[in-house]
Ligand binder design. Structure first.
Ligand SMILES: CC(=O)N[C@H]1[C@@H](OP(=O)(O)OP(=O)(O)OC[C@H]2O[C@@H](n3ccc(=O)[nH]c3=O)[C@H](O)[C@@H]2O)O[C@H](CO)[C@@H](O)[C@@H]1O
Ligand SMILES: C=C(OP(=O)(O)O)C(=O)O
Length: 427
């Protein structure tokens, strides 16, 4: 079993380069299925395991997919089979985003139910209701959603009960080839929504209003594959900002769009860390003695749930009482038990965690409970006494490339066992 072992106590310095965004590239890859003419050439593609699984799904569906270094070429012009089976969909939620493109191009899809996962039940009722408004009839059979419509999807006025990122993306993709103009209200405003809209527009689509609460999508007859560069990963950037902050170290991050991270930057400043913009780079500069704060996760531009556990790692090192309220997912505090194995003092009451910080953390054997928890436990290990061993690294690999190597380049005392290219023994 792969394990990351960290010996705490090392300061960091130097520069780390941020990858392309996982949450932008996944919908963009599925949107490449919309192109009935030409290949799509997607650049700045991070080599996360999720990208590999989604590429496998697209191949299964009948597209020609070729990933070389950080460039993914998708040819979706051959006839697609419209089936997304459980063994692929169950490995990652974003894979059910093939629903919109398949319904839009073929009026049919058979997509396995993604099911719940560790952080919450994560239903897809908003996606289904939206497509039903566009004329699709669904049946559920053998654990799959089978959707059908005669002819093209029909434009509709849709309201989302919650600004769901995935529902906004799925419906936006469907509407881009629908008959007429679709309005979707209370949509998600995340930067990854804007990136998807830009990509669809680069293919010849007519999506307006991305980044606001209302999308207006004029359906076009067909879309054409094009070249597109994915935005940098704001969550990886945020994770490394917190790596600098937690170790009280000045580090530089390359390839960051700090305008995507205003909530985190504001909260880091409140704690006592300056984030300085330098072109496309940012410098993380711990300034003062740190202060405890209150954090509440919210849809963008609020504080992102995907940085909640990393922020918790930082706040365990800040003397005084901090609180974190999680409002997006109903079960996203599983990392608390793992942190507490490292002698932190965190109590959870419903969706609120109370962190009594500043006590000495001790290295321990801990289990990554989800993707961001994996990164957070490693961050905590950087400042704990002795050795921290983090297992279940399949979660980490979904959304970070060479996380331990990037930290080691910054000076961390860290290794990954089970990795043949990395046999250093910590001393
Ligand atoms: C691949 C990707 O981009 N994943 C991100 C995406 O996930 P994802 O798109 O799954 O997240 P959503 O925004 O859809 O989910 C937010 C909340 O809405 C609920 N909901 C959602 C859809 C639905 O039909 N019904 C429903 O009740 C979910 O259970 C959850 O409680 O946004 C999340 C919230 O920022 C991030 O944490 C994930 O990293
Ligand atoms: C929850 C996340 O991703 P996903 O929606 O792919 O599970 C995440 O990136 O932290």
């Amino acid at each position: 079993m792969d394990t990351i072992i960290v010996k705490g106590g090392q300061k960091l310095s130097g520069t780390v380069k941020i990858e392309g965004s996982k949450n932008a590239v996944l919908p963009i890859i599925t949107a490449s299925l919309l192109a009935s003419k030409n290949k799509s050439n997607i650049k700045n593609v991070p080599r996360f395991s999720d990208v590999g699984i989604l590429s496998e799904l697209l191949s299964f569906i009948g597209a020609d997919v070729n990933l070389k270094e950080n460039e993914l070429v998708v040819d979706a012009t051959p006839k697609l089979n419209c089936n997304a089976p459980f063994h692929l969909v169950s490995q990652m939620r974003a894979s059910m985003l093939v629903m919109g493109p398949l319904l839009a191009r073929y009026g049919y899809c058979n997509v396995a139910m993604p099911g719940g996962c560790a952080i919450g039940s994560r239903p897809i009722d908003f996606h289904i209701k939206g497509f039903e408004k566009m004329g699709v009839q669904f049946t559920t059979k053998d654990g799959s959603y089978e959707g059908r419509i005669d002819g093209r999807l029909k434009a509709a006025n849709i309201y989302l009960d919650f600004p769901s990122v995935g529902a906004t993306q799925n419906l936006m993709m469907g509407a881009s080839l629908a008959e007429g103009t679709t309005i979707i209200d209370n949509v998600a405003k995340e930067p990854e929504i804007v990136d998807l809209a830009n990509y669809i527009n680069a293919m010849g689509g007519k999506v307006r209003g991305a980044g606001t609460s209302r999308l207006k999508i004029e359906g076009v007859e067909s879309l054409t594959g094009c070249e597109y560069t994915v935005i940098p990963d704001r969550i990886e950037a945020g994770t490394f900002m917190i790596a600098g902050a937690i170790t009280r170290s000045e580090i530089r991050l390359e390839n960051v769009m700090s305008e995507h991270l205003t909530a985190l930057i504001s909260k880091l400043e409140e704690v006592g860390i300056d984030i300085i913009q330098d072109g496309n780079d940012v410098i993380v500069k711990p300034m003062r003695s740190y202060k405890p704060i209150k954090v509440k996760t919210m849809p963008h531009p609020g504080f992102p749930t995907d940085l909640q556990s990393q922020m918790m790692a930082l706040l365990t090192t800040v003397e005084g009482t901090s609180t974190i309220t999680e409002t997006i997912f109903e079960n996203r505090f599983m990392h608390v038990n793992e942190f507490n194995r490292m002698s932190t003092d965190i109590e959870v009451d419903d969706n609120r965690a109370v962190i009594k910080g500043g006590t000495e953390m001790k290295g321990a054997r801990v289990r990554a409970t989800d993707l961001r928890a994996a990164a957070s436990l490693i961050l905590a290990g950087l400042v704990s006494d002795g050795y921290t061993e983090v297992t279940e690294l399949k979660h980490l690999d979904r959304g970070y490339v060479d996380f331990h190597l990037k930290l080691r380049n910054l000076g961390a005392n860290i290794e990954r066992t089970g990795d043949v290219s990395d046999t250093t023994v910590l001393s």
